[in-house]
Ligand binder design. Sequence first.
Ligand SMILES: NC(=O)C[C@H](N)C(=O)O
Length: 487
Amino acid sequence: MNLLSLTAVELGKKIKAHEVSVEEATRAALDAIAAKEDAVHSFVTVDEEGAMKRAAEVQKLIDDGTLTGPLAGVPVAIKDNMCTKGMLTTCSSKILYNFIPTYTAEAVLNLEKAGAVILGKTNMDEFAMGSTTETSAFGETKNPWNTEHVPGGSSGGSCAAVAAEECFYALGSDTGGSIRQPSAFCGVTGIKPTYGTVSRYGLIAYGSSLDQIGPVAKDVTDCATILETITSYDKKDSTSIQREETDFTSALVDDVKGMKIGIPRDYFGEGLDAEVKDAILAAAKKLEEKGAIVEEFDLSLVEYAIPAYYVIADAEASSNLARFDGVKYGYRTKDYEGLHNMYKKSRSEGFGAEVKRRIMLGSFVLSSGYYDAYYLKALRTKALIKQAFDKAFAKYDVILGPAAPTTAPKLGESLSDPLKMYLGDIYTVSVNLAGLPGISLPCGIDSKGLPIGMQLIGDCFKEKNIIRAAYAFEQTRPYQHSPLAAE
Ligand SMILES: NC(=O)C[C@H](N)C(=O)O
């Protein structure tokens, strides 16, 4: 049996039943990584020794009854912007090429408490800035469905690793679509939880008011299980929320009778690929056939989401990334004259082009004279977008639409035109601006053989609604393994 074709929850059950050992599962994942990395390049770091050592420890804890949860012993890959004690954490940037954190991110700690075995760290757009994983300083990741195409981004490494079946599940982070869009491009499932649900402690900040960690896996059951495991109130993150209902797996029921689903008319205009459109509308029909009430409506303000997002995210990034100065850790230039010159040269040499563009844009919109015109206006737009969603959720349980306007573009097509790349985030960024939960799951394959993803958006704290709708839809089509998975 090819163990890697199992979902995380399926493997967890086999481990619990002593049909598969944790070491066997970990060895199988490491072998898959060794066999596939040349083609896909999902990982920045693979910790073979650490993973095997940990696998033996976890097996003991399972055997003595200490670890009993559904993810005990299941190997995972972690996006390289989450700190892992003693393990290289680069954000796919030259400026952090040698950074070994002294502590582990809370979300990762929660997984470890549940018995996860960390295989390594996955590639990403540098500091999560990008939609293709091509801005990584360590080379691009490729799409397991067709290695001439991008996997999406910024959690492209995590999504490609799941789709290529190099791991059983992964963690990603989502500032403006970074979990949902690459999940769509790679034919896997990913959740961006309500802002404040998963601790950001130890997540290297990009846009602090937007960033959330979430699961990437083969199916909705895995995602709900992982989300349940990583959700926790954390005093170390001042935006962490003490949530009441976090039993997300209780929403895994194949029943959408009476559920009200809204389809924003404004999501289906110019720029949306015809095949993507057809697949999304066909998915809506399936849910309707299962008893959901599906209606079109006008969400409004959709065209303002991208400018507002890129002003706010870049402003926060310009401030967050000020800490990378070559003084205490990370890259420092070799030759310099004086402190100021050292900062300047280290940052000029350490950051890539996209990161520099955003730091400059972000500093500009925050500078006196422009603050009101850009930053403040973007914040007001954000508030209006939230109101538009509030109005929609007064009527609908879930909003259904595409995760991205197209399927995965070819490698190299997006880098030369950043504006075009930004426009591809049209369906995802507003969800972060409003702090809402969103799930992306596969709903078709286009004529090029590339996966199409649909997005379900819920009101704040209503993950269960999107999980229920996603689960019900998922029952209508089998999971399709990528060509690279089978190898
Ligand atoms: N980080 C993300 O969520 C991806 C988004 N495309 C961005 O570059 O900001």
